[in-house]
Ligand binder design. Structure first.
Ligand SMILES: NC(=O)c1ccc[n+]([C@@H]2O[C@H](COP(=O)([O-])OP(=O)(O)OC[C@H]3O[C@@H](n4cnc5c(N)ncnc54)[C@H](O)[C@@H]3O)[C@@H](O)[C@H]2O)c1
Length: 342
């Protein structure tokens, strides 16, 4: 079977990571990446000699990229002539505008969480609604918080059934290089409900969900506590077993020294993971608590890397590469070195 040809539009925090994730898939060919400015990820691409062909989003910005030392392979139109599908990781709102260009070229796309609802044909999470996304043209990937929630909720739902979820989300204020968002010393509150619960109900309509958000001045991951009301009584042992069967979740123990999001981030650096990125979603063992049908757990969201596997799954669904969700997830995981079949 010939490889599916893919591109990445918007080579920022998320785009550079999606590009690496797609390049690792042996059944896909990363034809090129596209941006309009010599952002730090683009500068690093040029300096690293990684070799992803760089295309320019708009013809008038070609000279800016060249002035920054880039060899420009062509414009976005040139890239779109060569690919089956792109992962759009441009700044919020830009993807919705570029969609017309994708449609004109008959190119499918994933869009990221920052885009408005309705930009894609549907909101997508591979564990929740892969079958509905199969063969569709435009998939809206869940945001980072919601992706972590969906991995846990759907693992429990597939095993014992879930009726309702309440989530308390503590959001990081900014990614590491977003110094323009700080420094701050405040806990910023926002109106209930936050979008995450609405996104969960969009991909899993049979589950009722409510989420609230407080944003703190931290950078290395969101932390969120979920209360899940299951369809039957369960136990901590069973929840650990269910989470243990999903290779996109990883259990960490406070007892072992993982006292915070920063400790997990630091551990990833010590492991030598590229950019200290985790594709897996950490869940703290000692923060899992079960009473009858009620399950509480707390997870960390590595916000910059967690949505990469689901973007790759989105390509698999839209391009009909695997007709079963578990096979698609297993293929993505294999190339991302995440483990076996869920
Ligand atoms: N950063 C996170 O933690 C995170 C997590 C999950 C989802 N998301 C979502 O991912 C999307 C991208 O976020 P990000 O943090 O990577 O943003 P970013 O600002 O780091 O990257 C966006 C990139 O798009 C480029 N761009 C803008 N207009 C363009 C155009 N017309 N053509 C090509 N490139 C263009 C910008 O130059 C920039 O490099 C957003 O929807 C965001 O909500 C972000």
């Amino acid at each position: 079977m010939s490889k599916v040809k893919v591109g990445v539009v918007g080579f920022g925090t998320i785009g550079e990571r999606i590009a690496d994730g797609l390049a690792a898939q042996e059944d896909m060919e990363l034809v090129g990446v596209c941006d309009v400015a010599v952002s730090l990820p683009v500068k690093a691409l040029i300096v690293s000699g990684k070799g992803y062909p760089l295309y320019c989003g708009t013809p008038d910005k070609v000279k800016d990229l060249e002035a920054g030392g880039a060899t420009v392979a062509g414009t976005l139109d040139d890239l779109l002539k060569q690919v089956d599908m792109v992962c759009d990781a441009t700044a919020p709102g830009v993807g919705a505008k570029l969609k017309e260009q994708y449609e004109a070229h008959g190119v499918k796309a994933t869009f990221q969480g920052g885009e408005k609802i309705g930009t894609g044909d549907l909101q997508f999470h591979s564990l929740a609604n892969y079958d509905k996304a199969y063969g569709k043209d435009y998939l809206h990937i869940l945001s980072c918080n919601t992706t972590g929630m969906a991995r846990c909720i759907n693992s429990i739902d597939r095993a014992i059934g879930v009726e309702r979820v309440n989530a308390m989300i503590i959001r990081r204020a900014a990614d590491v290089a977003e110094t323009h968002k700080g420094p701050v010393d405040a806990a910023i509150v926002q109106k209930v409900p936050s979008h995450q619960c609405e996104d969960i109900m969009a991909v899993s309509p049979h589950i009722k969900a409510l989420s609230v958000v407080v944003t703190l001045p931290i950078t290395h991951g969101h932390v969120q506590t979920l209360q899940v009301h299951c369809k039957q009584d369960t136990s901590k042992e069973q929840i650990l077993e269910i989470f243990g069967q999903n290779p996109r979740l990883q259990i960490f123990r406070i007892e072992d020294g993982f006292l915070s999001n920063s400790h997990i981030f630091d551990y990833c650096r010590d492991l030598g993971l590229p950019r200290a990125d985790m594709y897996e979603c950490p869940v703290w063992d000692e923060m899992i608590h079960v009473e009858g049908r009620e399950v509480w757990f707390t997870q960390m969201i590595p916000q910059e890397s967690i949505v990469i596997p689901e973007n790759v799954d989105g390509v698999r669904a839209a391009m009909k590469m695997q007709d079963d969700y578990a096979d698609a997830i297993a293929e993505t995981n294999k190339y991302l070195k995440m483990g076996g079949k869920v």
